[in-house]
Design a protein around this ligand. Structure first.
Ligand SMILES: CC(C)(COP(=O)(O)OP(=O)(O)OC[C@H]1O[C@@H](n2cnc3c(N)ncnc32)[C@H](O)[C@@H]1OP(=O)(O)O)[C@@H](O)C(=O)NCCC(=O)NCCS
Length: 395
């Protein structure tokens, strides 16, 4: 992280452009994000990646699609922080999950390198937590709520921000990678169809069957809620990231019993200079498990990715997968390349005795700077040694 956590030891001078210093008294204003901010948001995420690499590269189209997708409400669930000349120096947005027994959302955001070390990350987290309470109240105040952050290992500033703002680690996930080009892969010759099962490329008419298989299989996955049709379609069939030609289903007696869905992140392809197939979702219906169906479907997928010239396949797996997904991936040649943690902050239902928005928004910053009015960098926000947020992005 470029900005220091200890501003006393390393006095911070905020410089931009031709080196114009921003000292005491600099003010920021905040407003909701709009789609016009996407180029600047992309640049801020690029700066976060340059400061503390986590191999996360985004392009504008991907971010625009995400911010207009289900669960995002820029007017009520986002915040841009602007310097006095109107330039966006930080952003945050909430992506609301399908509400279930708990109302939940993920918080995404980032702070430009020129603005780290000023408490802006804290402002974002606290203010957006307050917004999350409001969104929960609008949906159903009787539900408990939660805000989650996805923190790739290596994003130290972001990690510290999460700790300082009261987020607790809920779960670890591993990014795993399978090098496709090079030595003979461990799945070579292993991609035969298990008895009675036909493995084939995903087709549009499979989509509802795959959603049903996914909802059934992910009932055994931590923190998963069933996906409704609109969210499912936005996530895969209608997403520009989805790669149907590399995605596969396993069919038994006419039903989809397992699936492997592949995505590609064009921002990463552009930076890396080679293609990576991202295995976004793997699942097998309960009745078909333990007979090699997922292994064979994934092996077929890897074979096709290799033949199409991909350098790598990658995926993210729950470190404590109760169904042993990590073992399956290791057998097929995936190795762990990074750990990520999901951290969260919970707030109670509004109709419980202590359940108020103020309980969730407990830190100094949000009480001092909880509105869209201009906030002073020296008055409203604790800048003394506060760490700041880096790029936040769950994939
Ligand atoms: C993880 C998951 C996809 C595995 O599906 P599956 O079709 O049962 O997978 P496989 O049959 O290929 O492998 C599972 C086990 O069966 C074993 N197996 C494979 N072929 C077998 C056969 N013919 N006979 C008996 N056992 C067999 C495998 O060795 C493996 O053993 P392990 O658990 O000790 O590693 C499935 O359990 C699931 O849907 N889980 C919930 C969703 C999820 O977590 N997805 C992954 C998200 S990262």
């Amino acid at each position: 992280m470029q900005g220091s956590r200890n501003s006393a030891a390393h006095p911070y001078r905020w410089r931009r452009g031709a080196g114009r210093p921003y000292g005491a008294g600099v003010s920021w204003s905040t407003r909701a994000l709009t789609l016009d901010d996407v180029p600047r948001i992309t640049a801020i995420l690029g700066e976060a990646e340059a400061r503390e690499p986590a191999e996360q590269h985004f392009d504008e189209d991907e971010l625009r699609e995400m911010l207009t997708g289900p669960g995002f409400d820029l007017e009520r669930g986002s915040l841009g922080v602007l310097a006095d000349d109107g330039e966006l120096v930080a952003f945050g947005a909430l992506g609301v999950r399908t509400p279930a027994d708990v109302w939940g959302c993920a918080l995404y955001g980032g702070v430009a390198t020129a603005a780290v070390g000023r408490g802006i990350g804290t402002l974002l987290v606290d203010e957006l937590t307050r917004r999350a309470v409001g969104l929960r109240d609008a949906h159903d105040p009787s539900l408990p709520g939660e805000v989650a952050l996805w923190i790739p290992e290596g994003r130290r500033g972001f990690d510290a921000l999460a700790q300082d703002t009261g987020f607790e680690t809920w779960r670890w996930f591993f990014d795993m990678r399978c090098q496709l080009q090079g030595d003979a892969p461990p799945w070579a010759g292993a991609d035969r169809d298990p008895d009675g099962v036909q493995i084939r490329t995903w087709r549009p008419e499979d989509d509802e069957d795959v959603r049903s298989a996914s909802n059934e299989s992910f009932a055994d996955h931590w923190h998963s809620v069933p996906m409704d049709r609109a969210r499912w379609r936005a996530e895969f069939a209608e997403s520009s990231l989805f790669r149907p030609q590399y995605s596969h289903v396993a069919v038994l007696d006419g039903d989809v019993v397992a699936f492997v869905l592949v995505e590609e992140f064009p921002g990463e392809t552009a930076v890396n200079g080679f293609r990576t197939g991202y295995v976004a979702r793997v699942g097998t219906r309960r009745a078909a498990r333990g007979r090699g169906v997922a292994s064979a479907t994934l092996a077929r997928t890897l074979t096709v990715l290799l033949a199409a010239g991909h350098e790598r396949a990658e995926l993210t797996v729950d470190a404590e997968s109760p169904t042993g997904a990590g073992r399956l991936y290791e057998r097929l040649g995936f190795v762990q390349v990074r750990r990520n943690r999901m951290a969260g902050r919970r707030f109670p239902a509004a109709d419980t005795p202590s359940g108020t928005a103020a309980d969730a928004s407990s830190s100094t910053a949000v009480r001092a700077a909880a509105s869209d009015a201009a906030v002073s960098g020296d008055a409203g926000i604790d800048t003394a040694g506060r760490p700041l947020g880096d790029g936040v992005a769950a994939r």
